[in-house]
Design a protein around this ligand. Structure first.
Ligand code: NAD
Length: 353
């Protein structure tokens, strides 16, 4: 089902050349870092990653990729970041899992500054394409009160009743993208991610999402010999989880499909699983069985959320296909290594100040 947008004529652009400059905002983060590696591995030679974190805290430093430390909520820094850019990918945001976005709504809302300045700078710099990382948190929360919820299709964002703070910031930034196309002809692309996970992402510290948090808890329970795991909520809440390789492939494909200009699209798996099932998968990978306790007062988000992939299949003839069983194994193994490094006294990317 196609989103209603203010229609401007669709044009087919030129193909991205290998020496065109690609700018990735949030390049020190999980998805931005993976995207820099993805384009690098595809043969693109001019990639600029920009992030406000100190370089030592970036998850990935890809050889040959220019790395700039800039706070993109500042207008002047956005101008520097996008100079000569042909394509700009905005993956920068102050965000985290439910524990973070329920508690720090102001920080989440303030990410509006990043997209507001970055898209204006990209437009003024003459960029040809602009991508915005939106989220399933834009969807009307009233449609997500049941763990057996129906999957969310793109039109379910309106009438709007988004997740307070984070979801509203995403919804308004989506609108910026749509209007830059309608009024100024900048080709913008918007993907609504559904829970992305994988190696080289946040696994500790309060911003981590459920798959990483559960892997870490299983690893800790095994290592400590306590054989117990505490789960936020009653474990019955359901989600879909997309592996990072599906995410990077999806972003690239969406940005280079003119039919999707200024048209929000779901980018997520359509396999709905409960948090209890997620724990079972992590236990199987770790080769343990743990006693489960439940913290009913912890943040748990909406009861159920899944991605309706009718639209993406119709437009792209593709949808994210990597199952949780396949994707959680490398994620678990990477976190296990991080955990071991920390225990051995080495600093991990989460530790370096
Ligand atoms: P992340 O926290 O790993 O990466 C975001 C990066 O943005 C961080 O490295 C952070 O330092 C950087 N950043 C924050 N404020 C900045 C600023 N003012 N200037 C420059 N850099 C700044 O998160 P992620 O999982 O890689 O998410 C990337 C994008 O995808 C975000 O917009 C997020 O909202 C969106 N998203 C992610 C998920 C998910 O499951 N990971 C789901 C839905 C949407």
């Amino acid at each position: 089902m196609k989103q209603a947008t203010t229609a401007a004529p669709k044009t087919q652009g030129r193909k991205l050349e290998e020496d065109d400059l690609i700018v990735i905002a949030g390049g020190g983060g999980f998805i931005g870092g993976a995207l820099a590696r993805y384009f690098h591995d595809k043969g693109f030679s001019r990639i600029r990653a920009v992030d406000k974190k100190p370089l030592a805290n970036w998850y990935q430093r890809v050889p040959g990729v220019e790395c700039l430390c800039l706070d993109l909520s500042e207008e002047a820094n956005c101008k520097v970041a996008v100079r000569d850019a042909v394509e700009v990918y905005n993956l920068a945001a102050d965000m985290g899992g439910m524990g973070f976005i329920e508690r720090f709504r102001i920080l989440c809302l303030r990410s509006i500054l990043i997209n507001t300045h970055l898209i204006e700078a990209a437009y003024n710099a003459g960029a040809e394409r602009y991508f915005f990382a939106s989220s399933a948190c834009v969807y009307n929360t009233k449609l997500q009160e049941d763990p057996n919820c129906r999957a969310l299709k793109e039109s379910d964002a309106y009438p709007a009743f988004a997740e307070r703070g984070y979801g509203w910031e995403k919804l308004v930034s989506e609108m910026f993208c749509q209007e830059y196309w309608a009024e100024r002809g900048l080709k913008t692309f918007i993907a609504r991610f559904h829970n992305v996970y994988g190696p080289w992402g946040t696994w500790d510290g309060g911003r981590e999402k459920a798959p990483a948090a559960i892997c870490r808890k299983v690893i800790l329970a095994k290592d400590s010999g306590k054989k117990e795991i505490n789960i936020w909520g009653d474990g019955g809440q359901t989600r879909s989880f997309m592996y990072i390789d599906d995410c990077t492939k999806g972003i690239d494909t969406i940005v280079h499909t003119d039919e999707l200009i200024a048209t929000p699209i779901n980018l997520g798996r359509s396999e709905l699983i409960s948090i209890n099932e997620l724990v079972s998968v992590a236990e199987q990978i770790g080769g343990v069985k743990l006693k489960r306790t439940y913290d009913l007062s912890a943040p748990k988000g909406v009861a159920g959320r899944n991605s309706d992939n009718t639209f993406i299949k119709q437009v792209l003839g593709w949808e994210p296909g990597i199952s949780i069983r396949k994707g959680l194994k490398p994620t678990y193994e990477w976190i296990e290594q991080q955990y071991a490094d920390r225990k051995a006294g080495k600093k991990t990317v989460e530790d370096v100040a």
